[in-house]
Design a protein around this ligand. Structure first.
Ligand code: RIB
Length: 283
């Protein structure tokens, strides 16, 4: 067989370097890797599947010892087959593999996370709660959306599709989403966003309409990116353990590189509600 030489280099592929959530995870991967004598090569795909494929090839050619991947695709069958052909240890980060694939993965339960958020809004008296979703076609987007729907239904409310907007996790689609939602229905008193960047965008466009957060519309995010506590009002959000996520993924990858067994192939981390200032009780 081939004589493989170790390079002590890990490849890391993320989908959007402009989303501060990912640098937080990268920080943890770099710390953990460096501590174990590994260097990191970072690649950004801009959510482009072709770029992702190319980077997977390039990383293999550079002889990295293993890859941590936050995929930009919907982990379709083709994609799973592509990943199976990789001749390298692989850990999926922030997105699990769709069945029948069971690549090792670390992610935060989005269903539970959004449910925590919507339950909190319900507890504060809100009944018309809009939702800024990620793409419905992605596993993460779907899972979080299901959390929103389940929370409403468990409370005996029906889901109103008019109150759901599909964005792409960028601040701009949070802004645009609020504008479109307000045109359809002016009566919602709260909005939950599938990530913090969309929540920040939502706050901006609510303020641009001379409405107040949280007095007129409460806003709740998801991620707990560093700026979420610095903006005004400070964003109430669902904390994703991003550092732990990166650390765990790196530990798992290094175990695989060393030929050891994993204790668990799928690690699901728990989200937490972080109460700050952007949600008010409905009067
Ligand atoms: O990639 C988009 C989103 O998925 C991020 O904002 C974060 O929520 C991640 O889990």
């Amino acid at each position: 067989g081939l004589i493989t030489k170790k390079t002590n280099t890990l490849g890391l592929i993320i989908p959007d370097i402009t989303n501060p959530f990912f640098p937080q995870v990268v920080r943890a991967i770099e710390d953990t890797g460096n501590h174990r004598n590994y260097n990191i090569i970072l690649c950004n795909t801009d959510n482009n599947q072709e770029k992702e494929k190319l980077y997977l090839e390039i990383l293999q050619k550079k002889y990295v010892d293993g890859i941590i991947l936050t995929s930009s695709t919907r982990t379709t069958k083709d994609h799973g087959i592509l990943l199976e052909k990789l001749k390298l240890p692989l850990v999926l980060l922030d997105r699990a593999a769709a069945s029948p694939f069971d690549f090792p993965s670390v992610y935060t339960c989005g269903y539970q996370g959004v449910m925590l958020g919507v339950n909190y809004l319900l507890k504060q008296g809100h009944r018309k709660i809009a939702y800024l979703s990620g793409p419905e076609t992605s596993l993460v987007g779907k899972e979080r959306l299901e959390g929103y729907m389940a929370a409403l239904q468990n409370f005996g409310l029906t889901v109103n599709p008019q109150l759901i907007y599909y964005g792409d996790y960028k601040a701009e689609t949070g802004e645009k989403g609020i504008n479109e939602l307000l045109e359809k229905d002016r009566n919602f008193t709260a909005v939950m966003a599938a990530n913090d960047l969309m929540a920040v965008g939502a706050m901006r466009s609510i303020k641009n309409r001379q409405l107040k957060v949280p007095e007129d519309i409460s806003v709740l995010g998801f991620d707990n990116i560093q700026i979420s506590r610095l903006i005004d009002p400070a964003l109430t959000t669902i904390h994703q353990p991003s550092y732990e996520m990166g650390k765990k993924a790196t530990d798992m990858l290094i175990r695989l590189i060393e030929g050891k067994e994993l204790e668990k192939r799928q690690v699901v981390l728990k989200p937490e509600l972080l109460i700050r200032e952007s949600v008010a009780e409905r009067r």
